[in-house]
Design a protein around this ligand. Structure first.
Ligand SMILES: C[S@@+](CC[C@H](N)C(=O)[O-])C[C@H]1O[C@@H](n2cnc3c(N)ncnc32)[C@H](O)[C@@H]1O
Length: 202
């Protein structure tokens, strides 16, 4: 009996110790040269992309983003990766507000970023038949519910070396799903608490 309680406590402590969030502290801040001038909650995170790439040591061939909106984060990633694919329904959601499709407008604003391709699609349709099976980095910034973040994020963590999640601080449900994804995939969860929070699963 005592043995069983001891084993259970050891298991729970191990889960806590391995999957707890670790605070991410960047060593340097670099402003990417080419950035779209649109104001979004993502502002500030562009300064640590280079640091994350150095920290994780991943390749920089391909980047996939779920949640483009007006394109700030997409434009930031395009400074570091050979190819960036941005997937969005382009009609907003219950957190950003909903609107008529902005796909054409965003495509036009990103014209001067030749390594960016936009796909107007729900992430659920995209992941049924993705154009490639694996990406060096995937950024998830869609509707901030537990279910959508977990579903899109779990697929992303299984199909990339590094998966980033925006809004881990402003949406507790996002942080909870990121912690669960790290646990399900046996990866580490770093959290950068500034600019509404960026989860880094690696
Ligand atoms: C917070 S915004 C993204 C902000 C963007 N990353 C930036 O740099 O400003 C969330 C976006 O997710 C998109 N979205 C919501 N649900 C989606 C889904 N199921 N599939 C694809 N995109 C979705 C919305 O249309 C919206 O543009």
């Amino acid at each position: 009996m005592l043995n069983r309680v001891y084993n259970k406590l050891t298991r729970e402590f191990r889960n806590f110790a391995v999957y707890r969030e670790r605070i991410y502290t960047p060593k340097k801040f670099d402003r990417p040269k080419n950035l779209l001038e649109v104001k979004t909650a993502w502002n500030g995170l562009e300064l640590i992309i280079g640091d994350i790439l150095e920290f994780t040591g991943i390749k920089t061939k391909s980047c996939l983003e779920f949640g483009v909106e007006y394109g700030l984060s997409t434009s930031a990633f395009s400074n570091y990766f050979d190819e960036v694919t941005g997937v969005d329904i382009f009609t907003g959601d219950e957190h950003t507000g909903t609107y008529e499709s902005i796909y054409e407008q965003v495509k036009e604003s990103l014209m001067s970023f030749p390594n960016v391709s936009l796909i107007e699609s729900d992430y659920r349709d995209f992941i049924k038949e993705p154009p490639q099976d694996f990406y060096d980095l995937i950024h998830v910034d869609i509707i901030h519910t537990y279910e959508a973040t977990y579903d899109c994020g779990l697929w992303s963590a299984r199909h990339s070396d590094v998966t980033l999640f925006h809004d881990t601080e402003s949406f507790p449900e996002v942080k909870r799903s990121v912690a669960d994804i790290a646990k399900a995939t046996n990866k580490k969860f770093y959290n950068y608490p500034k600019h509404y929070g960026l989860g880094i699963v690696v």
